[in-house]
Write a protein that binds this ligand. Structure first.
Ligand code: NAP
Ligand code: MG
Length: 403
């Protein structure tokens, strides 16, 4: 069989630890036999980030801006212990944070549903995709303890030097606390556009919620920016695609999500997204089945697994043990990126390969072949726990019969 040819390279961001090991196996076993793979390769492994003073991360993000589609392996975000372990020159920033800032992107997380792994809410028969606005609010706050007898005010110095003041609270009866938060119209608008674009792409309805009844200026601004951009730029395309944009209050949306069957996109303000993404990930079952894609407001895509580098398994691997690590979310990062590349370049074989790779992966798990963590959750009767390489070989058996 002739290998599938590509036109534009995929930006490939290699990573760390167990996922770096799996990355290579996925390419060798599942991709290179079928595709004449063209990538613009960046080694985001911590050793190379340190050697390049993290320039490689910036270069990889800029390449994503240029080519439009990237696939990323999980990477270590250094902490004090990693600085010691890798003898780092500095405690380099989170690569995901750097890439997200350069692309001005929003992260969408979507679970993979398979038979045998039942969500804690069994009526969720379709995936729920969650998007978090990862800028501002309490994550860029200023806060103070306040002594009884103090008066706290917000002061804004206007461009002409005049001041606008508003009382927060007169602390007459007790000590207390105050907090100042902000957001930017630009950032909210980028978030809104990324969500609208993603919804059109996925052909799924978009839900957004805030607490505008209580926060009549701050949260209301989010509601207004979303509504304005929807009316002016997306309404016609949503109607043509047969999908909706739906705004409601955050507490109402939580109730609706629980009662739903899934199959929509849930856009969240920063804090709501932080909390609710953990709730959804847990309720859907396994971190090994959670995919993630960063989408920029101008339609650039970076696909990855939601999980990290699976450090504990890596140390076993270094000791010569075969590990049973789930490669599925990383495989779906590749299939997502290859499908998008195929779409943009008009290569139907590439899109169809991506569909078959996903189908073969799901089939393997539904045939009872899976990693140790998934097996502990699966209700299937005939389960077989396999090491990562065997898992990939089993997927390839099914893939090759689909090709
Ligand atoms: P993690 O790598 O996601 O692993 C946490 C635990 O979840 C693992 O020890 C394992 O449980 C289970 N797990 C996660 N993915 C799995 C898979 N594919 N197959 C089987 N089990 C899986 O999170 P972490 O231990 O908190 O972080 C490790 C490193 O990853 C850190 O350096 C962190 O900075 C980095 N990280 C990177 C990203 C990213 O690049 N997007 C995201 C998160 C974390 P058991 O050990 O019980 O088997
Ligand atoms: Mg969280």
């Amino acid at each position: 069989m002739a290998k599938i040819q590509m036109k534009t390279p995929l930006v490939e961001m290699d990573g760390d630890e167990m996922t770096r090991v799996i990355w290579k196996m996925i390419k060798e076993i599942l991709i290179l036999p079928y595709i004449d793979l063209k990538t613009d390769y960046y080694d985001l492994g911590l050793v190379h980030r340190n050697e390049t003073d993290d320039q490689v991360t910036i270069d990889s993000a800029n390449a994503t801006k240029k080519y439009g589609v990237a696939v990323k392996c999980a990477t270590i975000t250094p902490n004090a212990q990693r600085v010691e372990e890798y003898k780092l020159k500095e405690m380099w920033k989170s690569p995901n944070g750097t890439i997200r800032a350069i692309l001005d992107g929003t992260v969408f997380r979507k679970p993979i549903l398979v038979k045998g792994i039942t969500p804690y809410i069994p009526t969720w028969t379709k995936p729920i995709t969650i998007a978090r606005h990862a800028y501002g609010d309490i994550y860029k706050n200023t806060e103070l303890k306040v002594e009884k007898g103090s008066k706290a005010e917000i002061v804004v110095t206007n461009p002409d030097g005049s001041e606008t003041r508003a009382l927060i609270h007169d602390f007459k009866t007790s000590d207390g606390i105050v907090q100042g938060v902000h957001n930017l119209d630009n950032s909210i608008a980028s978030f809104a556009r990324a969500c609208f674009n993603y919804a059109l792409d996925a052909k799924e309805t978009l839900w957004f919620a805030s607490k505008d009844t209580i926060s009549k200026t701050y949260d209301h601004r989010f509601k207004d920016i979303f509504a304005e951009i929807y009316e002016n730029e997306y309404k016609a395309r949503f109607e043509a695609a047969g999908i909706e944009y739906f705004y409601t209050l955050i507490d109402d949306v939580v109730a609706r999500v629980v009662r739903s069957e899934g199959g929509f996109i849930w856009a969240c303000k920063n804090y709501d997204g932080d909390v609710m993404s953990d709730m959804l990930a847990t309720a859907f079952g396994s971190l090994g089945l959670m995919t993630s894609v960063l989408v920029s407001p101008d339609g650039k895509y970076e696909y990855e697994a939601a999980h990290g580098t699976v450090t504990r398994h890596y140390y076993k691997y270094l000791n010569g043990e075969k590990t049973s690590t789930n490669p599925i979310a990383t495989i779906f990062a590749w299939s997502g990126a290859l499908r998008k590349r195929g779409e943009l370049d008009g290569i139907t074989e590439l899109m169809s390969y991506a569909d078959k790779l996903e189908k073969a992966s799901i089939q393997t798990m539904e045939d009872g072949i899976m990693d140790k963590n998934l097996s502990a959750m699966s209700t299937l009767e005939n389960k077989r726990v396999v090491d990562t390489e065997t898992f990939l070989v089993e997927i390839n058996k099914r893939l090759s019969s689909l090709m």
